[in-house]
Write a protein that binds this ligand. Structure first.
Ligand code: ZN
Length: 160
């Protein structure tokens, strides 16, 4: 079965930067599951998935425009430290979760003071060319419910 619209894909991945350092990877016992064609993964990876079958392995290099977009200048804001979620002590370079008017966002701590922090609202991977090593584990037809929800259910997918 080939990856196409209305299919759920389970896959393993390793994400590397252009210096070949691993940034993140899937849990080796738990491939992630996603519903193709619903913007659940970055566009460049979605494109590379099309037509692949279970058991296939491939590598793809994705420019920022097809990944997390270019970096925006002047995306730094000063916020109260108590609004940073995800750790107790903060250091520059750490990624915090912040609830904003536009919803929940990730931000990178640039500078930390006693009460206030300067954070950069660019996605941590914005402006980066990314390399994915991918192994397709399973391809199956999506259920009606998954299509209605716009995401995959079950192992490696959305748990309700
Ligand atoms: Zn659902």
């Amino acid at each position: 079965m080939k990856i196409a619209e209305k299919h759920v894909v389970r896959f393993h991945y390793t994400l590397k930067n252009t210096a070949d350092q691993t940034l993140e990877s899937s849990d080796k016992d738990q491939p992630i599951a996603y519903l193709f064609g619903h913007n659940n993964i970055i566009p460049g990876l979605e494109k590379a998935m099309l037509g692949k079958t279970a058991g296939e392995q491939f590598s793809v290099t994705i420019p920022p425009e097809e990944a997390y977009g270019p970096r925006t200048e002047n995306a730094t804001q000063r916020v109260s430290i108590k609004h940073l979620q995800g750790a107790k002590k903060w250091k520059p370079g750490m990624v915090a979760i912040i609830d904003t008017d536009q919803g929940r966002r990730q931000a990178t701590v640039v500078k930390i003071g006693k009460f206030m922090a300067d954070v950069d609202f660019n996605h941590p991977l914005a402006g980066k060319t990314l390399k994915f090593d991918v192994e397709i584990v399973e391809v199956r037809e999506a259920t009606q419910e998954e299509l209605e929800h716009g995401h995959a259910h079950g192992d490696g997918g959305h748990q309700h």
